[in-house]
Design a protein around this ligand. Sequence first.
Ligand SMILES: Nc1ncnc2c1ncn2[C@@H]1O[C@H](COP(=O)(O)OP(=O)(O)OP(=O)(O)O)[C@@H](O)[C@H]1O
Ligand SMILES: O=C(O)c1ccc[n+]([C@@H]2O[C@H](COP(=O)([O-])O)[C@@H](O)[C@H]2O)c1
Length: 227
Amino acid sequence: MTEATGLAHGEEAGRRYRLGVMGGTFDPIHHGHLVAASEVGSRFGLDEVVFVPTGVPWQKKDREVSPGEDRYLMTVIATASNPRFTVSRVDIERPGDTYTVDTLKDLCEQRGDVDLFFITGADALAKILTWRGADQLFDLAHFVGVSRPGVELNSPAVAHLPKDKITLMEVPAMAISSTAIRERTRSGEPVWYLVPDGIVQYISKRGLYAPGNDQKSEHDHDGEGAG
Ligand SMILES: Nc1ncnc2c1ncn2[C@@H]1O[C@H](COP(=O)(O)OP(=O)(O)OP(=O)(O)O)[C@@H](O)[C@H]1O
Ligand SMILES: O=C(O)c1ccc[n+]([C@@H]2O[C@H](COP(=O)([O-])O)[C@@H](O)[C@H]2O)c1
């Protein structure tokens, strides 16, 4: 939104609204996610980036995932200060495993005539052909694959993707992962400055990632959505 008119830039210019979609498990959200969204937003002139925490991340069923409501709230806290960042509940409210093809269809239905840009790290992009309904994905959105330390951006898997539907983009290297944040928390190491301050406080307040934590895993809710 601009301060003068309250309109998003796309509406002012009479062009189609450009909506970035940053999907992730966000357990927890960290500065790598935020930098990726900000960089893509700036490069592509996006009017908004909507962060979409997954409901049930089916490719992560081999591990514990925190409840959707905690991951949603952390995403709200982390993005609150940026007027162009928003958070959607579409994935945590849809029952069953989360598929991006459904995320994009739901957002199209909610938002109407917008251009979608799905933002993904190099690791996730390399696996995109394993996603449900992969053949439909590129009709729904343009995919922006961002660099991630330790992962080849232009991997052999990416060569099979439609070139006019993806853009590969270098972003400032943030060698941060949610796995590392969880492990550091478990072993009592600090996570200050790897995640926004409010996330350090939320993790502590809710006792997330602590040994013996009895939070229900998201997988305990399979088929029921988050809650
Ligand atoms: N440091 C980073 N730099 C660039 N992209 C990232 C970074 N961390 C995560 N991403 C991308 O953000 C999206 C959501 O990531 P996700 O929530 O799974 O975080 P993660 O750090 O990879 O989590 P985990 O360690 O639990 O697997 C994915 O597309 C992922 O590739
Ligand atoms: O659609 C799928 O089958 C699919 C499989 C794996 C991941 N995704 C999406 O990719 C994004 C990043 O996922 P993740 O597991 O790396 O946090 C998130 O929006 C997921 O819903 C989607």
